[in-house]
Ligand binder design. Structure first.
Ligand SMILES: [Zn+2]
Length: 202
């Protein structure tokens, strides 16, 4: 089945229709700016929810706040690694090919650089971490809201940075879902770069 998910060379008759490079200064800055804006928006909503809950969060214990912040930073770095691993697990399961992982100035990444995957595989691989971690962090935020407002704000902040950090994935997904609807579309994902190919019309 794996053979149906990718090809090793672009078949004749295909043309490159799009190229994205997250290491490009402009692209990297735009996605990171969107990340901060989304995170700020989610955190603002969370703070408003916490304030309106009636609990006096201003009287939170500073030592607890510090410990929770340290936990939050550790969880977030673990999350970044797990996010890339989820991309990797899907690419590996779909292709069996060699993966690449890395970190550039603008993003962490995972790709499958030696092959060209079809649209369906591309959609599953790009969407998987977005879906999985959105469910996890929304669930932890909802539970924490009723148990502990400090952990709620921490969980909501991680949710915000997760959603914002997925701006690149969301952009690629939007292209795959709305722009390149041809299931014969091929994508080469080196990690920071994505190349898109379509069969030439006639
Ligand atoms: Zn991703």
């Amino acid at each position: 089945m794996k053979e149906n998910n990718f090809v090793k060379e672009v078949p004749s008759g295909y043309v490159q229709v799009k190229y994205i490079n997250a290491k490009n200064v402009k692209v990297g800055l735009i996605f990171n700016a969107i990340c901060l804006l989304v995170a700020a928006a989610v955190i603002t909503v969370a703070v408003l929810l916490a304030v309106n809950s009636g609990e006096n969060i201003a009287e939170a214990n500073p030592i607890k706040t510090l410990i929770v912040t340290i936990i939050g930073i550790a969880v977030f770095f673990a999350y970044i690694i797990l996010h890339e691993l989820v991309h990797g697990v899907v690419y590996k399961q779909q292709t069996g090919e060699k993966l690449t992982f890395g970190l550039s100035w603008s993003c962490a990444y995972c790709g499958v650089p030696n092959v060209y995957v079809y649209r369906k595989t591309a959609i599953i691989a790009v969407a998987a971490p977005l879906i999985i971690f959105s469910i996890i962090f929304m669930a932890t935020s909802a539970v924490a809201f009723f148990l502990d407002k400090t952990f709620f704000l921490l969980s909501a902040a991680i949710l915000g940075f997760h959603l914002g950090g997925c701006s690149g994935d969301i952009y690629v997904l939007a292209l795959l879902i709305f722009k390149f609807k041809n299931k014969k579309m091929l994508m080469r994902d080196t990690g920071p770069e994505q190349y898109f190919y379509l069969p030439k019309e006639n």
